[in-house]
Design a protein around this ligand. Structure first.
Ligand code: HEC
Length: 399
């Protein structure tokens, strides 16, 4: 297919992914908030007699709402029951499609980083896919094991495993791909929780009621545990989804540890909201989150390894030759690099005027973060970096 249409499709899928994700995470936030905010009905009241364990009153969009949560289930099952599952499935399906379009189909450039490990594109995709399926299997076993009865400990072990996954993938894939694969592994756990645990449990509860039996409260408790996990996963996953804009995080030499700290901050901040909605004192948690993020801010500031001194004269011709050899394939109006239809990131470097215009960004990418050329595919040397850096520092002159 024409690369333009692939890119356009990618844009539509990303749009869908964000919309579905907003709906899913929005309902996750809402229901956990609802659960934490319920008040028990007065003993002997109408609600208590019906088996309502908690309720609240809310006003929104010009109407008054009175959601009630039953201790186990209502005496009679209503005709129409909302399930809240398509938000999750659509988010996972569109997210996986996006992963394939943006990363897997271009694994050679988007996932493999020769400085980390020389892999084939197929190996990189295999590692990504295995990490998603494997994470779910390990997580699910843990929840079903005796550990599953100890909420706090289980949560800590799951967090450590996600950290271990980040560490393991950081030995195999480029930083950006490592981040996104950790995010998709956690996203897969979240969606699979809905598909394999929460919804089947609810189905059993409904089926029991239809058969005139009492639903097994164990099903409700299990679904709740998974749903709480999903709630704590939200902020870490959302960070990962925006992380590709912030190279200081994923390109850090200890990028896995940076990710672990940011995820821990996300969990702490989520915990703050969950406790606060219960009316419990919670301020140490956002304070912890802020400290962790402060540490990350300090730790990820660019520490630039010095470039070698320039050999010979820095002329514009030399600069053009280097850029021509290492950048133009991806940064001209019609890129020649396979799979690219647009100048990447909208950055053009093919005319003197474009080079001057983009000199500060070029400096950042070539001499500071050293993310360009992408994955150092063209094997740019430090001497060549030094020439470009000296040219920018000397005022980016065109003669
Ligand atoms: C193999 C293709 C490829 C090559 C070669 C390449 N780039 Fe890039 N470049 C990209 C892609 C893809 C992006 C977008 C990255 C992103 O979104 O983070 C990008 C982004 C950029 C940006 C924008 C970064 C920002 O966010 O400010 C600059 C500047 C840049 N490249 C400069 C260069 C320079 C200079 C060279 C040559 C030394 C180069 N690139 C070589 C693919 C390439």
């Amino acid at each position: 297919m024409d690369t333009h249409y692939v890119e356009f499709l990618g844009m539509l899928v990303r749009w869908l992914h964000i919309v579905a994700g907003v709906a899913w995470i929005g309902s996750s936030f809402y229901f956990i908030w609802l659960d934490n905010s319920l008040d028990s009905p007065a003993p002997g009241s109408e609600a208590a007699k019906k088996g309502v364990g908690g309720e609240l009153w809310a006003v929104h969009g010009g109407g008054f709402y009175n959601p009630q949560k039953y201790l186990v289930a209502p005496a009679v099952l209503p005709e129409k029951l909302h399930w809240f599952k398509w938000e999750a499935y659509t988010t996972w399906l569109s997210g996986t499609a996006l992963l394939v379009l943006v990363y897997w189909l271009k694994a050679g450039t988007m996932m493999v980083d020769g400085r980390v490990r020389e892999l084939t594109a197929l190996q990189a995709v295999g590692i990504g896919a295995t990490s998603m399926v494997g994470s779910w299997m390990v997580y699910d076993l843990l929840c079903k094991s005796p550990l599953g009865k100890r909420d706090g400990l289980l949560g800590a072990v799951v967090f450590l495993l996600v950290g271990a996954l980040a560490w393991g993938l950081s030995r195999l894939l480029g930083g950006r791909a490592m981040f996104i694969q950790v995010g998709t592994a956690v996203g897969t756990i979240m969606a699979a929780n809905v598909f394999f645990a929460i919804i089947p449990g609810q189905r059993r509860m409904v089926a029991a009621m239809k058969a005139g039996a009492a639903p097994d409260p164990q099903d409700g408790r299990r679904a709740k545990q998974r749903s709480v996990h999903n709630n704590y996963f939200t902020l870490p996953v959302l960070f990962i989804m925006i992380s590709n804009h912030y190279s200081s995080t994923y390109a850090h030499p200890q990028n896995w540890a940076v990710l672990v700290l940011i995820m821990a901050a996300g969990v702490a901040i989520r915990h703050f909201f969950n406790r606060k909605h219960k009316g419990v004192y919670a301020w140490p948690y956002p304070a912890l989150g802020a400290v962790l993020l402060g540490v990350v801010a300090w730790w990820t500031q660019p520490r630039v390894a010095p470039l070698p001194p320039v050999e010979g004269e820095v002329t514009f011709n030399r600069v053009r030759a280097i850029v021509g050899q290492h950048c133009i394939a991806c940064h001209s109006p019609q890129p020649t690099f396979p799979g690219y239809a647009q100048p990447q990131a909208g950055v053009l470097l093919h005319t003197p005027a474009d080079l001057v215009l983009n000199a500060p960004r070029l400096y950042q990418q070539v001499a500071v973060t050293r993310l360009m050329p992408l994955g150092n595919l063209t094997h740019m040397t430090d001497q060549e970096r030094a020439v470009l850096a000296a040219w920018v520092r000397g005022g980016a002159k065109v003669e």
